[in-house]
Design a binder for this molecule. Structure first.
Ligand code: HAM
Length: 419
């Protein structure tokens, strides 16, 4: 029979990698907590309509990348391709507008997009992200950006660049779209098929199209800054002022428009050149119209999400793959010979674990020698040896694996000595 393999575009995280993943996740939790964000966990699947309305019908995600199916009750369900629309849905559903504002949450979890897999692009990837809802202050945009940068800085991840733009609001963007449409309609034959198709609904996407000819055209287009209304201009100035006050370095980049429809005003991406074609470590922005799009009142919001696999990639490249390896799995290994001794080992392991000391025993009926060898390979600090003599004498031999020192310890004192 053929082996069953993991589906294309998915990865298994192997034992040598969880160390990096855990360090990353712990850093995210710590940085977010310090900035007043609490964790939110939304479902892995949602009603398809949430993303159609939230992310936007004309986006790549909704047009062609969603894992959508009918459940047994004939409801259209979608595995979440991103976390912002679900968080806003939860905010509205649980009337979080009645809480003190802003409501600041963070999340870590898998997202699903049916994309063409390539380096750095998966069909199941993991994001960490934050969303801050209920305040429109530009200082909050800057805070969100600074949280993302702090995560990378705390991890020692270097060489990333923050790119910043504003894409205006429903007042000023239509004028910009119109002028792009007018300019681009003269060059439709130079556009790629995707951009030509999207020209009517979303000409801004030409600005960040990876196709060479589209990128060439994009360079000649006027930047959106010239079209922003007074409110958007003032907001953008506020964001840059706060970033400067925080000593955060960023580049203005009018080609950052993002691939999701909900953005208003601030948008940003964090890029790393070591990632190749899929060079975005993370991205986000403000989405002041999303809550209304989902049937709520006008609740402003801002946030980001960043790929964990991509951050792990950069960290491993930088540190030669040696980072975050988990040291010995447990502190204590109990090597036992004989049925009675094995029961004693089982009991002792449970007692130690309950007292907060990690402990393990042999489950393969290895010889004592083989158990010692195994314990050594696992990098444990202490081995407790229980054989027939020890059982008779109510003691065990405790061996310090670093020094080789051995001592007899009475059973009743073992837990105390080992914890
Ligand atoms: P996004 O730019 O679509 O934004 O995704 C955020 C990050 O997730 C990307 O920068 C990238 O690191 C990672 N990512 C996305 N797709 C893949 C993939 N196929 N394989 C591996 N990594 C991937 C959002 O999802 C928005 N919800 C961000 C946001 C939050 N905006 C406001 N709040």
């Amino acid at each position: 029979m053929t082996h069953i393999r993991a589906p294309r575009g998915t990865i298994d995280v192997f034992p040598e990698k969880p160390g990096v993943w855990q360090r990353l996740e712990e850093t995210v939790r710590s940085v977010c907590r310090n900035a007043g964000y609490t964790e939110i966990r939304t479902p892995i699947f949602e009603h398809t309509e949430l993303f159609q309305r939230g992310v936007g019908e004309s986006t790549d995600i909704v047009e062609k990348e969603m894992y959508t199916f009918l459940d047994k009750g004939e409801r259209s369900i979608t595995l979440r391709p991103e976390g912002t629309a679900p968080v806003v849905r939860a905010y509205l559903e649980h009337k979080m507008w009645a809480l003190p504002q802003p409501v600041k949450v963070y999340y870590i979890g898998p997202m699903f997009r049916y994309e063409r897999p390539q380096m750095g692009r998966l069909r199941q990837h993991t994001q960490f992200g934050v969303e801050a809802l209920g305040a429109s202050s530009p200082a909050l945009d800057a805070e969100v950006i600074s949280v993302l940068i702090s995560v990378y800085q705390r991890l020692g991840l270097e060489g990333f660049v923050v790119r910043l733009n504003s894409i205006g609001c429903s007042k000023c963007r239509p004028r910009y779209k119109e002028s792009l449409m007018n300019l681009l309609s003269k060059h439709t034959d130079e556009l790629c098929a995707d951009c030509r198709r999207r020209l009517e609904r979303n000409p801004l996407r030409v600005l960040d199209c990876k196709n060479e000819r589209c990128a060439g055209l994009a360079k000649k287009l006027p930047p959106i800054f010239d079209y922003l209304c007074e409110d958007c201009s003032r907001h953008f100035e506020g964001v840059t002022e706060c970033l400067t006050a925080l000593d955060l370095i960023y580049e203005l980049d009018p080609t950052i428009v993002r691939g999701l429809d909900y953005y208003t005003k601030t948008v940003f991406e964090v890029i790393h050149s070591g990632l190749g074609a899929q060079d975005a470590l993370g991205g986000g922005g403000r989405y002041d119209g999303l809550a209304e799009e989902l049937g709520g009142s006008a609740i402003p919001g801002v946030g980001f999400a960043a790929g964990i696999e991509r951050a792990v990639q950069v960290l491993q490249d930088a540190e030669g793959g040696a980072i975050g390896q988990e040291a010995g799995r447990v502190n204590v290994f109990i090597a036992a010979m004989g049925d009675e001794a094995k029961l004693q080992a089982l009991r002792l392991a449970r007692l130690l674990r309950e007292q907060g000391t990690s402990a393990d025993i042999d489950y393969l009926d290895r010889s004592l020698r083989a158990q010692m060898k195994y314990a050594d390979k696992q990098g444990v600090k202490k081995v407790v040896i229980i054989g027939e003599d020890e059982l008779k004498g109510d003691y065990a031999v405790v061996r310090d694996m670093a020094t080789g020192d051995q001592a007899q310890v009475q059973f009743r004192d073992l837990v105390q000595v080992l914890t």
